[in-house]
Design a binder for this molecule. Structure first.
Ligand code: ZN
Length: 68
């Protein structure tokens, strides 16, 4: 997991604990991570699968398509 968990917003009526976890708690994996990157020139949010140990980029997807 990585910052792309922000695409999985808790449902309406979720508990304060679920919101706390969604807003504040992040794993910091050594290995595959799914991150949200912002590309400033065109204003696109991109889901990037990256290996945090090697910095290899494994895939990129527009966040608008990944959230479906
Ligand atoms: Zn761009």
């Amino acid at each position: 997991m990585g910052s792309a968990v922000a695409l999985s917003r808790p449902a309406e009526g979720a508990s304060a604990e679920e919101w706390d976890d969604y807003l504040h708690n992040r794993d910091n994996p050594a290995g595959l991570s799914r991150e949200l990157w912002y590309h400033n020139p065109c204003g696109s949010w991109i889901v990037v699968e990256r290996d945090t140990a090697t910095h290899e980029i494994l895939s990129t997807t527009l966040a608008s398509e990944a959230a479906r």
